[in-house]
Design a protein around this ligand. Structure first.
Ligand SMILES: Cc1ncc(COP(=O)(O)O)c(C=O)c1O
Length: 446
């Protein structure tokens, strides 16, 4: 493929990206990847400290995953996963559910995280209808949460900057506070019960939360939070969805984030890490008893589907990726090095007065920024926007990194390296973050 010219860029609309930066040629164009690294069109190497977008667990450039895709394309590129099945979908379902905790034992495949969440919203409606409770349609999720861009998933999203342009959203979606700053898990979860009681338990069908919430700054809930969510949902006959689009497949340590937080959800949405980005896959894992109720009661069908759901090539890649992650002990690599990563980040926080807090788990962290920790000075909204939009991108690029500056909630850097990163590679990422943080005071002053 030839390198794109300035004129070629006119034809492409980037997702969630200010057109001015793209048109000014300020954004990188990546052309190659290997392991933890990406190369841009000028041949410059970057450390992919975001794993693409919380995606590339196994690292870039794996020829075995490419070979699995090619083999499936040659044998059977496409047949749908409705009214018939095919071996890759059957095997992928077996593999995903074998890794999932408890009786999360059936899976509905789609092609993105948004579709997985959308599927949960629709499945909850049909589940309650099958049990004679068709009025249980409302959904409760959390402030500053991101659950996707399709209208249902967007309506569950708690980020006004991306929901407001699309109002009116769907009715029956309510937000409660997230766990930022919470220390008592049971007390923090009680906001869900209050909301259910206020809305009327007969009208609420689904509670939705990430085990570790990304937006808002990698919020690890206090102990007791998820067991209390389970109690509340049982008490009021509400399905509990763990949105693990980011958390699943080792990102926060175990295979699933629910294991980290003591979660016992009825539904788990996933996407991203399932294929490490080598093909688009999303899915909804469904507790066996919930699937049985849906498929054996009511109309006996989950009345939902899509042409690409369970695509044979994506399924073959899912199998190849998860098998390689299991056999190469990628999750064990995270366990072996997560302490080192956490210590390194704590060291950076101690060294830089512009860091107010570091939060996270596994290979998933937020470095929250402020004007001065020692003087207790936070960033105002205007400075946050200037820092994140205008100053940090250049600092990050100069440091040879791909990490995210995030202005949703408080200003922060989000780190999410490939799960194959070794101690030395994590040190390289930490050294890059050190350089970025060293540049923040001047950026704030400028
Ligand atoms: C928690 C969560 N849910 C859902 C989504 C939507 O996934 P997708 O972008 O694949 O539609 C995302 C995307 O980042 C996410 O982080």
């Amino acid at each position: 493929m030839t390198a794109p010219s300035g004129d070629d860029l006119r034809h492409l609309i980037l997702h969630f990206t200010k057109a001015a930066a793209w048109k000014a040629g300020k954004l990188p164009i990546y052309v190659r990847g290997e392991g933890c690294y990406l190369w841009d069109d000028a041949g410059r190497r970057y450390f992919d400290g975001l794993a693409g977008l919380f995606v590339v667990q196994i690292g870039h450039g794996r020829s075995d995953l490419a070979a699995a895709a090619a083999k499936q394309m040659e044998q059977l590129a496409y047949t749908p996963a409705w009214s018939a099945a095919h071996p890759p979908a059957i095997e992928a379902a077996k593999l995903v559910t074998s890794l999932a905790p408890g009786d999360l034992d059936t899976v509905f495949f789609v092609t993105s995280g948004s579709e997985a969440v959308e599927s949960a919203i629709k499945l909850a409606r049909q589940y309650h209808a099958a049990r004679g409770n068709p009025a249980k349609t409302k959904v409760i999720s959390r402030d500053l949460s991101y659950h996707g861009t399709t209208m249902g998933a967007l309506s569950a999203t708690g980020l006004t900057a991306i929901t407001e342009p699309f109002e009116p959203l769907l009715p029956g979606f309510r937000k409660v506070p997230n766990t930022l700053g919470a220390t008592d898990g049971v007390a923090a979860a009680s906001v869900f019960e209050e909301a259910i009681l206020e809305e009327g338990p007969d009208t609420v069908g689904l509670v939705m939360a990430e085990p570790v919430q990304n937006s808002g700054g990698v919020l690890v809930p206090p102990p007791g939070y998820w067991p209390e969510l389970r109690r509340i949902c049982d008490e009021h006959d509400v399905l509990l969805l763990a949105d693990e689009v980011i958390n699943a497949f080792g990102r926060v340590g175990p295979w699933f984030g629910s294991e980290l937080v003591g979660g016992d959800p009825d539904l788990v949405s996933f996407a991203k890490g399932a294929t490490s980005g080598y093909a688009p896959v999303g899915g909804l894992i469904v507790r066996r008893s919930v699937a049985d109720t849906l498929l054996e009661g009511g109309v006996g069908t989950f009345t939902h589907g899509a042409t690409w759901g369970g695509h044979p090539v994506s399924m073959a890649v899912t199998i190849a990726n998860l098998t390689a992650m299991r056999d190469e002990k990628v999750v064990e690599n995270v366990h072996a090095n997560e302490g080192h990563f956490a210590e390194g980040l704590a060291g950076l926080a101690a060294a830089h007065d512009v860091v107010s807090e570091v939060r996270g788990a596994g290979y998933f962290y937020a470095v929250e920024l402020c004007v001065s920790r020692s003087r207790g000075e936070h960033l105002d909204e205007e400075t946050t926007a200037r820092l994140i939009d205008d100053e940090l991108p250049a600092l990050i690029q100069d440091a040879g990194l791909l990490i995210r500056g995030d202005s949703r909630g408080r200003a922060k850097l989000t780190l999410s390296p490939p799960l194959i990163a070794t101690k030395d590679e994590l040190d390289e990422l930490l050294a890059g973050v050190d350089r970025v943080l060293a540049g923040v005071p001047a950026a704030l002053a400028g």
